[in-house]
Design a protein around this ligand. Structure first.
Ligand code: PA5
Length: 450
């Protein structure tokens, strides 16, 4: 497998390698607990379906996704993916990483333009989206595991009406796909009533672990990206991080152990850094994965992210000299896809002729090296994840690597990484403030506080 590698050499000035390796027994126990589908406290063991998604997806499932994607691609110039959190970040991460950065400006499109809705409650955004969709053939992929999440439900209500008004209810049915629970939830009921094409999110796969189900695969296929390559990468990583792999060779276990050891030594913030701006949404996906999985019981590393070198001109000062409670995990891309050479310039007013003939990436790589050395000198331990190039296969590897490490890391931290009880608090207040039926008592209580 030519794939991603992990290097923890630059944390050893802060915590010794032996300290990291001291986690071996606990890490092995965590991996076993994941694979045996049982965890000492019993918590979370009903949400482990993601573990063998890559190796268990069937040809029929992939063919169904590709077939539906083809239908949407034929009918639609624009496809709006409706979802929030784990129900949209994975697909968005892949599309941002692999599509042309100026996709929206391309004249000769081979793939529908993918837009997003339901990932917030911004009124201006929804208005502008509605305007831009006018007169364009569009379709909707509505993704919600619970089928009751307010943000996507509101967006779907508005966009479904716009679509039905534009093309009629029958044609709209052909352009709407629902990805949801097999049995429960408002979206399941509506999809069954209307006869939408549906895909199921398995009961035992939580939102933030669902990118390798139709949640991620369908929008990715609509965008013309190979879901088979993505799955192949994830399947190889599934093997490479399996229960029989020795600790030192299991990069998910070593990453999980390293971050827990750093946390134990006061490093409370992990910054995921990239020098490849197209990976911005990989970091957004990663933040949700680790933030929702580990931030509980008043514990957990705070997951943050930066795009470099851009953020060296904003967050760089803080990382270099701010409170020393931070460590950095750099995703390093060995080889960019494209080749841009720096030209010579006769006047050389910018003094950059010493770089003439070099690739832009050579400069970027030296910025990367210079930055990690500076940050290490400044007291920031540095973990490095290297990917040979950015493609569907390596992103599949990366997804599974981070998921597996997250499961192990959550167990090492002593929390249930597969629930998210804290996200209910804002919903309860919001529904009380909006006088949702059933929230009368909460409504009275919250209004008394205002
Ligand atoms: O990881 C999670 O479970 C959450 O982030 C969900 O993905 C998010 O809240 C969306 O939920 P749903 O798919 O039920 O609409």
């Amino acid at each position: 497998m030519r794939g991603i590698t992990l290097n923890i050499d630059k944390v050893t000035g802060f915590v010794g390698k032996e300290q990291v390796y001291a986690w071996e027994t606990k890490a092995k126990a965590s991996i076993e607990a994941l694979h045996k589908r049982h965890y000492a406290t019993g918590a979370g063991n009903d949400f482990l379906g993601w573990l063998n998604l890559p190796s268990s997806v069937t040809e029929a499932e992939l063919a169904d996704i590709e077939h539906t994607a083809r239908l949407l691609r034929t009918k639609c110039e624009v496809v709006v993916v409706i979802g929030i959190g784990g129900s949209y970040l994975g697909a968005k991460a892949v599309l941002e990483a692999l599509n042309n950065s100026f996709d929206f400006l391309l004249k000769e499109r081979r793939n529908p333009l993918i837009l997003y809705a339901g990932h917030h409650i911004g009124e201006d955004y929804l208005y502008e989206l509605g305007e831009v969709l006018k007169g364009r053939p569009f379709g909707l992929i509505n993704i919600s595991k619970s089928g009751t999440t307010t943000e996507p439900a509101l967006a779907f209500r508005i966009l479904k009406k716009q679509l039905e008004d534009a093309v009629g209810r029958e044609e709209a049915r052909q352009r709407i796909v629902a990805v949801t629970d097999a049995r429960k939830g408002a979206l399941r009921t509506l999809a069954d009533q209307e006869g939408y094409k549906t895909f199921v999110i398995p009961d035992d796969v939580g939102g933030r672990f669902s990118v390798l189900t139709p949640v991620g695969l369908l929008p990715i296929a609509v965008a013309g990206i190979s879901v088979r390559d993505l799955i192949a990468g994830a399947a190889d990583m599934e093997k490479a991080t399996g229960p029989d792999v020795p600790f030192a060779e299991n990069i998910a276990a070593v990453y999980a152990a390293t971050r827990n050891e750093l946390y134990r030594n006061g490093k409370k913030i992990e910054i995921l850094a990239n020098f490849h701006p197209k990976l911005h949404y990989i970091a957004e996906w990663w933040k949700q994965l680790y933030g929702e999985s580990e931030g509980k019981e008043h514990k957990g590393i705070f997951p943050a992210s930066v795009d470099l070198t851009t953020d060296l001109h904003s967050m760089g000062q803080w990382i270099q000299e701010g409170e020393r409670s931070v460590f950095e995990t750099v995703i390093s891309v060995e080889k960019p896809d494209r080749n841009v050479l720096i030209p010579a310039d006769e006047a050389n007013l910018d003094g950059l002729n010493f770089l003439a003939g070099k690739r832009i990436d050579e400069v970027n790589k030296m910025a990367e090296l210079g930055t990690s050395l500076a940050h290490v000198d400044g007291g920031v331990p540095n973990i490095r994840i290297t990917i040979p190039e950015v493609n569907a296969y390596t992103i599949g590897q990366l997804f599974y690597f981070f998921e597996k490490a997250c499961g192990i890391s959550g167990y090492l931290l002593g929390v249930n990484p597969f629930n998210q009880p804290g996200v209910e608090a804002y919903k309860k207040n919001m529904f009380a403030l909006l006088n949702k039926p059933g929230f009368e008592k909460e409504s009275e209580a919250i209004k008394a506080r205002l």
